[in-house]
Design a protein around this ligand. Structure first.
Ligand SMILES: C[S@@+](CC[C@H](N)C(=O)[O-])C[C@H]1O[C@@H](n2cnc3c(N)ncnc32)[C@H](O)[C@@H]1O
Length: 216
């Protein structure tokens, strides 16, 4: 059952680092059963596409939100150099079992019975464009994983961010409509393009992104 399907703020303009979004994800998770209200730690693992420096992990560490064997952070990236850098940067925390690093594409991992089995939160900010005619190859495994985990664990939080770059039609529909229809078929929720569009503005450029977050 869908509890909420929201963007951080309709038409929000995010400037500079995307820290506001990371903070908002945590606030959202804290309103679900994936957060232990008494001990103030995650009840399940938090998986995310990691990048250089990993400010999400830093935020979770700063809030003491992680606990080995209960709610860990799992950073995934296809680039081994990024994973290695984070393994080194967060060596102490990795050795303490607070985080884990995985090199590879996220999609096949979603079918791996071991690595992501305790994941209750998935932040999939691949920034792939909705105009990609193969976007279903990315999105479908993510949506199926969310539903399977919800059935197994009782609750699941999924956040996805896609770029609205490009106008190319996907099959007979526009890319954005194709993505919105996939979401509605899977989750029974209607997302509204306007309401879920966020503009990221940096010094160099600004770009529109489709961002949605659901608690299943
Ligand atoms: C936007 S960054 C992640 C940002 C990070 N979550 C944050 O809040 O700062 C996305 C990274 O994931 C990688 N990536 C994109 N799609 C992926 C996929 N399907 N599997 C693994 N890595 C992917 C990209 O190359 C990039 O390094």
């Amino acid at each position: 059952m869908i509890l909420e399907a929201i963007s951080p703020a309709p038409h929000a303009i995010i400037t500079g680092p995307k820290q506001a979004i990371r903070e908002d994800h945590l606030r959202f998770v804290q309103g679900t059963t994936l957060w232990a209200q008494k001990t103030k730690v995650l009840n399940r693992d938090w998986a995310e596409l990691t990048f250089r420096e990993d400010p999400t992990l830093q935020m979770l560490l700063d809030r003491n939100a992680l606990k080995a064997g209960k709610g860990r952070y799992i950073g995934v990236n296809a680039d081994p150099a990024i994973i290695l850098a984070n393994q080194r940067r967060f060596k102490k925390e990795t050795d303490a079992g607070l985080c884990q690093w995985v090199t590879g594409k996220m999609e096949p991992l979603l079918w791996d019975p071991d690595v992501l089995q305790n994941v209750g939160i998935l932040i999939f900010d691949a920034y792939e464009t909705v105009a990609n005619s193969q976007i279903d190859r990315t999105l479908l495994p993510v949506l199926d994983f969310a539903i399977r985990q919800k059935d197994r664990l009782g609750q699941f939080v999924l956040s996805c961010t896609f770029s609205l770059r490009g106008t190319r039609a996907t099959r007979s529909k526009s890319g954005i409509q194709f993505v919105l229809d996939l979401l509605s078929d899977h989750f029974g929720v209607s997302l509204n393009q306007d309401k879920h569009t966020v503009t990221y503005r940096s010094t160099r450029r600004s770009q529109n992104m489709l961002m949605f977050r659901v608690a299943l």
